[in-house]
Design a protein around this ligand. Structure first.
Ligand SMILES: Cc1cc2nc3c(=O)[nH]c(=O)nc-3n(C[C@H](O)[C@H](O)[C@H](O)COP(=O)(O)OP(=O)(O)OC[C@H]3O[C@@H](n4cnc5c(N)ncnc54)[C@H](O)[C@@H]3O)c2cc1C
Length: 512
């Protein structure tokens, strides 16, 4: 009878939580094993003097993916989570004092870019916005939301849009494409940075990744209390559907018998016979044999290598001065080469771009005036507590390249550069507030510290990423290292595909 066979989900990252919710909502018995003490995986928070501070993702886009996930569980997102749409998508600052705010409104962006880069910059932006909207239309159904990239559907979508062809040619990098589209090097730098959202570098990432702009342009939300609240809400939803969540319980081995998944072996616990296992860890862990030798062939080598970027992440509470920070503020390197040159050589950049999330600055309302958009009064009471929470992210190479940078060197790099650009803190955080590539490697086994799975470099990257269904019957994958790729909404979509793969297999066996 359906429901008596247990499905194991291994990992309570976003992909694992989404898969567990959808399987439980379909009436399956689900046991979710998580090695860490809290659900969320990379979506984690660390304690600080001002409360839990995000130390993982901060930019929440494609809200509809989460509306759908809650709806699949018979719930409404807004009943479980307070989301604030951000009036400023991100503030961008350069060391010469230039500043550009971008908004969830193409006209406001066109006006801001005209003021920043003149009428030519505005015209180029308008063309870029149209181009990326067409890219999104072509890729949304055929790649992003499909269980795997559908080459035929993508070819048809591209054929209908000849203007896209130059950006789809093999060997055309995002940096090269942006150099054709924008005269102003600052705009090339700004839109090239979107490659890092999926762990890539603009000079190696395919030009199609420009479509990430469309995800952001459609709106960015702040989760009140921090992004980790999304993971907590999803875990609550899963428990409400009967998912048995076992925290601090790593799975050491997935047992294969008769050529298919038969059981999982949690550390210190009893063998659990399962009908299927959804693995939400890094797929490279399987390739390395960390879940048992039988699973090594589950994913081909090219599905997990080369690796994406890692990061150095600060998470702390402090009192800032000198710069009017938005929720998301980017302090750009003087030239992209200063950051991406060393990264391409596997070195830690000495003068990188620094991204700052001021987690307590959500809840603004926006009023439009003649100059564009201005942020006004916070509707949720006092705007900023005296001690605010901050996450800062600096790109870094993954292991084994990541040079063993001293935490104190990173502190100097980060805070002296911010001070040169005007941002100071009353007291600097201690080096214990820093997470480095080697720490990420330990937190996410098999990842080598790479935070986004396989590198997105090259036009074939999205075709090489593993899909939910593996070569081993009963072993299903979900997560940012799996199609459709990294990022919180993408990992949630991978959970949908994983659940569908489990349910389709059971239907094929006539067990529903
Ligand atoms: C610093 C940082 C900033 C980011 N910024 C953004 C952003 O702003 N916006 C965005 O959309 N994305 C961002 N991302 C990417 C995004 O966080 C990830 O793509 C997404 O959260 C990955 O989810 P996942 O499903 O792959 O699971 P993961 O988060 O990778 O979690 C996997 C879980 O599996 C568990 N696990 C692994 N092996 C086992 C085992 N054997 N037994 C039990 N448990 C196991 C791990 O403990 C972990 O909890 C960021 C990531 C980082 C690190």
């Amino acid at each position: 009878m359906a429901g008596t066979e247990v499905i194991a989900v291994i990992g309570a990252g976003i992909g694992g939580l989404a898969a567990a919710i959808r399987l439980a909502a379909a009436g399956r018995a689900v046991v979710l094993f998580e090695a860490a003490a809290a659900p969320g995986g990379k979506m984690r928070a660390l304690p600080s003097a001002a409360g839990p501070v995000d130390a993982g993702p901060t930019v929440l886009t494609l809200r509809d993916v989460f509306d759908d996930l809650f709806a699949a569980a018979g719930a409404r997102l807004e009943e479980h989570l307070a989301l604030d749409p951000l009036p400023v998508l991100a503030r961008h600052l350069w060391s010469d004092g230039c500043r550009l705010d971008l908004y969830p409104d193409p006209e406001a962006n066109a006006a801001a870019i005209r003021a920043f880069a003149g009428p030519r910059g505005e015209a180029e932006f308008r063309a870029f916005h149209r181009h990326t909207a067409a890219l999104r239309a072509a890729f949304e159904g055929s790649v992003m939301r499909a269980p795997g990239p559908r080459a035929g559907a993508l070819a048809l979508a591209a054929l209908a849009r000849p203007a896209l062809w130059p950006a789809l040619l093999p060997g055309v990098s995002l940096a090269a494409d942006l150099a054709r589209r924008f005269t102003d090097p600052r705009l090339r730098q700004l839109f090239g940075r979107y490659a890092t959202y999926v762990g890539g570098m603009p000079q190696a990432a395919p030009a199609v990744l420009a479509l990430i702009w469309q995800a952001e342009a459609a709106g960015v939300w702040a989760v009140r209390g921090g992004m980790a609240g999304l993971a907590a809400a999803l875990a609550g939803l899963a428990r409400g559907l009967g998912v048995d969540i076992r925290l601090r319980t790593p799975v050491e081995r997935i047992e294969v018998a008769g050529g298919r998944v038969a059981a999982v072996h949690p550390r210190g616990g009893a063998r659990l016979a399962v009908a299927a296992a959804v693995f939400n860890g890094d797929p490279r862990a399987l390739r390395l044999g960390l879940l048992g030798p039988d699973l090594v062939p589950a994913v081909p080598p090219a599905a997990v290598a080369p690796r994406s970027l890692s990061a150095r992440v600060w998470a702390f509470a402090g009192r800032p001065a000198g710069v009017d920070l938005a929720y998301h503020t980017v302090f750009f390197a003087d030239a992209p080469d200063e950051e991406f040159g060393p990264l391409a050589r596997g070195e830690t950049p000495a003068a990188p771009t620094i991204y700052v999330c001021a987690q307590d600055r959500a809840g603004y309302v926006c009023a439009q005036d003649r100059a564009g958009y201005v942020c006004a009064q916070d509707r949720a009471g006092p705007l900023r507590p005296p001690l605010e929470r901050f996450e800062m992210i600096l790109n870094a190479p993954p292991l084994p390249h990541a040079s063993p940078e001293e935490p104190e060197t990173c502190r100097q790099t980060t805070f002296s550069r911010l001070a040169r650009m005007g941002l100071t803190f009353e007291t600097l955080p201690g080096t214990d507030r820093l997470t480095r590539p080697q720490d990420f490697a330990a937190l996410f086994p098999g990842s080598a510290g790479a935070l986004y799975g396989r590198s997105p470099a090259g036009v074939m990257a999205s075709f090489l990423r593993p899909r939910a269904q593996t070569r081993i019957p009963g072993l299903i994958l979900a997560g940012g290292g799996v199609h459709p790729g990294p990022g919180v909404p993408m990992a949630a979509l991978s959970g949908l595909h994983a659940a569908q793969a489990v349910l389709a297999r059971r239907r094929a066996r006539g067990s529903t």
